[in-house]
Design a protein around this ligand. Structure first.
Ligand code: GLN
Ligand code: ZN
Length: 759
């Protein structure tokens, strides 16, 4: 039995990858320094792969993103970038002024660049797989290139399409038309074939082609495309393994009949793959690469169970390999340097490097090695010990009743009471929460965390920032104020620091995109709030002004979706535990006189399962978790915030969250917001229209913002509308924020007079 791992994190043990890239972008190192550093990282990871497994994957250490690499490989460089000039054009496509759009990779927190296909004219522009194969071969590693497959590439790209009647227009969108897909895939496959042949000619034995898009709901005609593609690629003569992950494949029969030599299945996420193997068997002429070690969660596996599973599989299939369920880049590199985790947690963790060790152990134990078998048993003992339980939290969960998920009064009545209390003008103006996190603010926070600055000194510093931001907002004339979030590193990590049952790491960095990293917290036990988390700052801010200051919380679904979570308790229950901790905070804020509480849920949508059939279940508990934490008194106005505007498919569920006000993105998406709310009959909640894009440093013009409001008013009653930027301002500079908000408030004033003149 072979052990095959893939997708090891690019970062390196000391975030070398990030440093190299950023130094290069700053101009402090040259291209050849960069490539030399990257080459060293490649050798380092190949050594690791070789030490623990039987395969050294290559072509995995992309300089920015593997989808971008694939686009460049096949010559899909949009014409606005001109002739491809190597690394310069590459980074322009990734992060230049007119960069490709970036979006979430499946249901993960990794972001990829969306290729834009202007024509069918694919051609081999850069043979990255061959270059990498040769590079590592020369360093002494026989290796196996990983390549994003043609189907997944097309499925996740956008292509131009002629539309309209007499005057045709070109529109760029996802490929949903069978004939367009067939045509594009044909030419694309020829380029792939060229790559595979070049590899074969250089002595390469295997390629691993990743087709995760096959786990999405896939139609019959799409499977036909896939079969055509692999029929053609099999002509190359090189051995091919097709990898799928994040879920079960959408059609097991069509998948296992692909004309290739090996198939990787995710046997951790979604039950169908395993059920299908048990029910229908697996072709004897192919190798099964069984993804049994979880690549997405940082837990040590129960290897006794995994070993049993491998033994069972070995009776059903010909060749068998043990593997990780999905790429390992969703995990930090190693747990080795973590020294301040809660007691007992460390030995339960396995980050990427430790997952390689697990694969190795499984393989050796499978071969009958005594010592390995003993260690396999040890893993079970550790995993099965109960851990992190809190009886009080358990009790609260079991005693929940339907009432806990319902506010006392319906929206209509709450609205009347709240309007009476708040007395806000038409189109109330506000911001989403954070204000510029200047270098000074970041420096103070780090100094405080490392103990260089005393608690008193730090509190006084944060208060001075709050004073500044409150008087700024009053001067500009905003109606509903915020405290600025200067005390928060990150909207999830901040709450993780404060809650019991959630750990944070010191070095557990994971790439989110490009060189951008974050440290996901680890939910390891029952979650509770030992003491108030946000009260001091919010109450201080409120004490400085007569205008309402919003209490600012991160919602339970977002905290869960942006953290690792335990597997011994259903996700739903973890969400409820977090919600109860937040509810305690809501109650405290209320008691202290705070009248508006915003509970951010930017990750509400991205937790959506890959398969439609699972949506109902997800939204069922996600909606309820939000309702549980937002069960405030009728007098308290509950806001939520989401950074996007694609509500078309989920608007029903969003409505069920039963907030009073939702603030959303509306400027980048132009008309899109309107369609969702237009189709929903009886929308009666207030909406904060994100009238300008905070991701851009440009100062928004009044006319532009007014245009966004005018569009919204075509569909929504003006009484329902608020005015705000489309997200928090923490990444912007004060020089940008000041004029932008001034314009926004002025625009609102003008709009108010226009409306009253119209009446
Ligand atoms: N309140 C948060 C902020 O303003 C919201 C951030 C987000 O939606 N991603 O920063
Ligand atoms: Zn946002």
């Amino acid at each position: 039995m072979r052990a095959i791992a893939f997708g090891f994190p690019k970062l390196g043990e000391k975030r070398e990858f990030k440093k190299l890239l950023e130094e290069f972008w700053k101009g402090s190192i040259t291209e050849s320094d960069l490539l030399k550093g990257i080459g060293e990282l490649k050798v380092w990871r190949s050594d690791l792969y070789r030490k623990f497994t039987d395969c050294v994957p290559s072509n995995e250490l992309s300089l920015y993103d593997f989808m971008l690499d694939t686009a460049v490989m096949v010559g899909a460089v949009p014409s606005r970038f001109g002739e491809y000039r190597g690394i310069e054009t590459y980074f322009e496509m990734a992060r230049g002024r007119h960069a490709l759009e970036m979006t979430k990779w499946f249901n993960t927190n990794y972001h990829y660049l969306v290729p834009e296909i202007e024509s069918e004219d694919f051609h081999l522009l850069r043979n990255f797989p061959l270059d990498d194969y040769t590079f590592l071969k020369e360093k002494g590693f026989e290796n196996t290139p990983h390549i994003i497959g043609p189907y997944t590439f097309l499925k996740l790209s956008k292509a131009f399409k002629k539309k309209g009647g007499e005057v045709p227009i070109l529109e760029i969108e996802r490929i949903e038309d069978p004939s367009q897909m067939a045509k594009l895939s044909e030419r694309l496959t020829e380029v792939y074939l060229e790559v595979l042949k070049s590899l074969k000619n250089s002595g390469c034995l295997w390629v691993h082609i990743e087709e995760p898009a096959l786990v999405l709901d896939t139609e019959e005609w799409e499977w036909d495309v896939v079969h055509n593609v692999y029929g053609k690629l099999s002509e190359s003569g090189i051995r091919i393994a097709v990898f799928t992950y994040y879920e079960s494949v959408s059609d097991y029969h069509r998948f296992i009949s692909l004309p290739v030599n090996a198939l990787h299945l995710d046997l951790v996420h979604g039950p169908e793959n395993l059920e299908n193997i048990r029910k229908y068997g697996f072709p004897k002429d192919k190798e099964l690469i069984a993804g049994v070690i979880n690549g997405r969660q940082p837990w040590r596996a129960n290897l006794v169970e995994k070993l049993d599973l491998m033994r069972e599989l070995s009776e059903k299939v010909g060749d068998l390999a043990v593997s990780n369920s999905c790429p390992l880049f969703h995990l930090p590199v190693t747990k080795e340097p973590e020294s301040s985790l809660p007691g007992g947690l460390r030995e339960r963790l396995a980050f990427a490097k430790e997952k390689l060790e697990e694969l190795n152990l499984l393989k050796t134990a499978f071969g009958g090695d005594e010592d390995a078998l003993k260690r396999v048993e040890d893993s079970q003992r550790i995993v099965e010990l109960s851990f992190g339980e809190n009886p009080e939290v358990r009790r609260r969960i079991t005693s929940l009743s339907e009432e806990d998920f319902r506010r006392e009064l319906p929206y209509e009545e709450r609205d009347k009471i709240q309007r009476e209390i708040l007395k806000l003008p038409l189109f109330p103006t506000t911001t989403i929460g954070s204000y510029p996190q200047t270098p000074e603010v970041r420096k103070m926070r780090t100094a405080f965390r490392s103990g260089k600055v005393s608690k008193n000194e730090y509190t006084e510093f944060i208060r001075s920032q709050i004073r500044k931001v409150i008087s700024f907002q009053e001067e500009v004339g905003l109606d509903v104020l915020v405290h600025g979030e200067f005390e928060r590193t990150d909207m999830v990590e901040f709450f993780a620091f404060k809650m019991d049952g959630i750990a944070t790491t010191q070095h557990g960095w994971v790439l989110s995109y490009g060189s951008r990293v974050y440290r996901p917290p680890i939910i390891y036990g029952d979650v509770s709030r030992p003491e108030p988390m946000t009260l001091d700052e919010i109450l201080y801010a409120q004490s400085l002004t007569h205008k309402p200051v919003k209490g600012m919380l991160t919602g339970p679904v977002t905290i869960l979706n942006w953290s690792y979570y335990r597997e011994d308790v259903p996700k739903k229950e973890i969400a409820y535990q977090i919600a109860l901790a937040l509810l305690d905070e809501v109650k405290d804020l209320e008691k202290a006189g705070i009248k508006i509480i915003q509970i951010d849920e930017p990750a509400f949508r991205e937790g959506v399962p890959l398969k439609r059939k699972d949506w109902q279940d997800y939204f069922g508990w996600a909606v309820k978790a939000f309702r549980l934490c937002s069960r405030a008194n009728p007098e308290t106005q509950i806001h939520t915030h989401m950074c996007y505007s694609e509500f078309n498919e989920i608007i029903e569920y969003i409505y069920q969250m039963d907030f009073d006000v939702i603030s959303i993105e509306a400027s980048r998406s132009k008309g899109e917001i309107i369609t969702a709310f237009e189709k929903f009959s009886g929308w009666d909640r207030q909406i904060g229209i994100g009238v300008y894009d905070i991701h851009s440093p440009a100062i928004p013009a009044k006319e532009e913002m007014k245009g966004v409001m005018e569009r919204a008013m075509k569909v929504l009653d003006p009484e329902l509308l608020w005015v705000n930027p489309d997200c928090g301002l923490k990444t912007r500079r004060w020089e940008e924020v000041e004029p932008a908000l001034k314009n926004m408030v002025e625009m609102t004033g003008e709009l108010r007079s226009e409306i009253s003149a119209r009446v």
